[in-house]
Design a protein around this ligand. Structure first.
Ligand SMILES: Cc1cc2nc3c(=O)[nH]c(=O)nc-3n(C[C@H](O)[C@H](O)[C@H](O)COP(=O)(O)O)c2cc1C
Length: 229
């Protein structure tokens, strides 16, 4: 398992204010997470946490834009941050990767992952981050969803793309998580690898995206029907 655990939230500028915001978001999420998740007799509680409220952040990122957003989510929410890794990584070459992904989409091939999240039952809230690939959900995310049962959990997608939007990716997450509560996703422009622009979410742009992520987290939780305010 290549799960990386970070139980402390990180800090950037304006810590007191940001921690306050995180607490609010956590409280809101905790209240909306009251889903009928089975609590089996032997289920462990980490640090006395209610397992329905534990947060998992899984992401796929090739050029680190989605990773940047995942990091912002993690800073606000805490929990467990897990980068998805493949048994056979995609080629370094962009065009070759585009071609391979197109073929995988055509055939429905699900590339094997080395990442496996053990005891997925301990998480009630799963953030799922990915770039748009071929205007679709990247095949490795489908592999993850095939291998992990998110039934009864809150699933919250987030995305970066080269400016063409999420395509069918958010819709596909809903289709592949029919027994989860899928909340409104977050999307922002990332890099344009095709044109040699790799990591775009850095510097001033990273600050702006971090604020957008904060605003989204607050909005998406407050607008959830079970959590009127
Ligand atoms: C194989 C592949 C296909 C892509 N297809 C699209 C696309 O259809 N639409 C789009 O807006 N961006 C597309 N992109 C660009 C990425 O979505 C964008 O650069 C994103 O920010 C990359 O995220 P990452 O840095 O986390 O890997 C594609 C990139 C790759 C590698």
């Amino acid at each position: 398992m290549n799960e990386r655990r970070h139980d402390e939230s990180g800090s950037r500028g304006g810590r007191a204010q940001r921690v306050g915001r995180r607490d609010v978001v956590l409280r809101l999420l905790a209240s909306l997470a009251c889903l009928p998740v089975a609590e089996t007799a032997g289920q462990e509680r980490r640090n006395g946490e209610d397992p329905r409220h534990a947060v998992l952040i899984v992401y796929l990122s090739r050029t680190n834009n989605t990773k940047a957003v995942a990091t912002f989510v993690h800073e606000r929410m805490g929990g467990t941050l897990v980068p998805l890794e493949l048994s056979t990584p995609y080629p370094r070459d962009y065009d070759a990767t585009v071609q391979q992904v197109a073929q995988e989409n055509e055939t429905g091939y699900l590339p094997p992952l080395t990442t496996r999240v053990d005891r997925i039952d301990q998480y009630g809230i799963v953030f799922l981050g990915f770039p748009t690939w071929g205007m679709q959900l990247p095949p490795p995310i489908k592999s993850f969803l095939r291998a992990h049962d998110l039934k009864g959990k809150i699933v919250i997608p987030f995305n970066t793309n080269a400016g063409y939007g999420v395509g069918s990716s958010f819709r596909t997450v809903k289709e592949l998580c029919p027994h989860s509560t899928v909340l409104e996703g977050f999307t922002t422009r990332g890099g344009v690898e095709r044109d040699g622009e790799l990591l775009a979410i850095r510097g001033a742009r990273a600050e702006a995206v971090q604020q957008d992520v904060d605003d989204w987290l607050t909005k998406v939780v407050a607008s959830e029907p079970r959590n009127p305010r």
